[in-house]
Design a protein around this ligand. Structure first.
Ligand code: SF4
Length: 389
């Protein structure tokens, strides 16, 4: 395999055949033997190499999931203790200029849409805070007319004091905008590449600025470079082969860890969910067992990354994973703007699968012998972090 000559993620993925011409990886995965998997499982867990991850993700590793789960449980316990962090999403706009085929908010769907004023967003945030959350994730479609950087900064400043950590999951910003967001108190950004396969990316993103694969791919560089403490990565599972997507995702994480070593990387695992006016046939749906293998493979290669599981997943699966490798989960999520505090008629982005209240989820965590952590960070913990603002 040709080695990348320089260190940007676009070159790395291209040189390793992870954005295009992925056939060589399919053959490598199919060619892994059980002895190779066993050999990997005798090595200290938590260290990454593409070959090690390929072995753990291969079909040959499927009979070893129990051993992998035991190692993942021990490693997660060592690095994170018996704790599970909780967070809640706050949807601020369901308007979007993009045409992503898998999303209920895509600009061609005929749905009731809404945008929250700052006061309406604060009303939703008050409900979230009253439920105990101190980590909040602001979510929006690509609504650049309304969800401007000024809007985000004003909202973030007003949320400070109520929340210890404010993250965003919105459209990609430029470097200056990320710096402004950081200065206003936003300390984390989640941005999924959706798929690292360029052909699939073009097929699923039919119109809008999001069609630009490379701009999206370079976004984590911009927000990590702006100082963001928490970096959320992931792919939308269902669009392309999960094994190949995991290999590309791991390369992206490894690259970011080297360059932006002060930031914390979190992996998320969103599987496609039913949504209004969106097709429900997908070529690469991922089973519970395959999703478990993906998480275990990543955990056994990345000891310190967070593993996030949202309410897209059903309760039994989430409960099971609390005991294995998950470090952060959402609870009581509303996936429509105004869903917490008002009766605004607005469509949900997708249907959630875990409808338990935050208190019920926290009780489940405690019943498993873990501490439910509502607040895991305060800017005052890091003098350096405070000085940079
Ligand atoms: S996935 Fe995001 S960018 Fe695409 S249509 Fe939905 S809200 Fe818009």
């Amino acid at each position: 395999m040709q080695q990348p000559s320089n260190l940007d993620i676009k070159s790395i993925l291209a040189a390793k055949n992870l954005d295009h011409h992925r056939k060589c990886w399919e053959q490598q995965l199919e060619g892994v033997r059980a002895e190779q998997v066993q050999q990997e499982l005798t090595r200290p867990p938590g260290r990454y190499s593409p070959q090690r991850l390929a072995a753990l993700l291969s079909p040959a590793a499927e009979p070893f999931l129990e051993t992998m789960a035991q190692q993942a449980r021990r490693l997660t316990m060592q690095r994170f203790g018996r704790t599970i962090q909780l967070y809640a999403p706050l949807y601020i706009s369901s308007y979007c200029v993009n045409r992503c085929r898998y999303c209920g908010y895509n600009c061609t769907t005929d749905i009731a849409r809404t945008r929250l004023t700052i006061d309406q967003a604060l009303a939703d945030a008050d409900v979230i805070a009253s439920e105990g959350f101190r980590n909040i994730l602001l979510v929006s479609g690509e609504d650049v007319q309304f969800v401007t950087i000024s809007y985000l900064c004003e909202l973030a400043q007003k949320l400070q004091g109520k929340f210890a950590s404010i993250s965003i999951e919105i459209y990609p910003l430029n470097r200056d905008e990320y710096s402004r967001a950081f200065t206003a108190g936003i300390d984390g950004v989640t941005l999924y590449q959706e798929t690292y396969d360029r052909d699939a990316y073009a097929a699923y993103h039919l119109a809008g600025p999001k069609r630009d694969y490379d701009y999206r791919l370079s976004s984590p560089d911009r927000f990590a470079g702006a100082g963001m403490r928490r970096i959320g990565l992931g792919v939308l599972l269902g669009l392309a082969d999960w094994r190949l997507e995991t290999l590309a995702l791991a390369e992206h994480a490894a690259y970011l860890m080297k360059v932006y070593w002060r930031s914390q990387i979190d992996f998320s695992f969103p599987r496609i969910r039913p949504a209004t006016n969106v097709q429900d046939q997908w070529p690469h749906l991922v089973s519970d067992r395959n999703l478990l293998q993906m998480m275990l493979g990543l955990r056994l290669c990345f000891a310190d990354t967070g593993i996030v599981l949202s309410t897209r997943e059903h309760p039994e699966f989430r409960d099971h994973l609390v005991d294995i490798c998950v470090t952060r989960i959402s609870a009581g999520s509303k996936t429509n703007p105004g869903g917490y505090a008002s009766n605004i008629d607005a469509a949900k982005q997708f249907e959630i699968a875990d409808h338990r209240t935050p208190a019920e989820v926290a009780n489940m965590i405690r019943a498993h012998g873990y501490e439910a952590v509502w607040k895991d960070w305060d800017p005052a913990f890091s003098p350096l972090f405070s000085l940079e603002r």
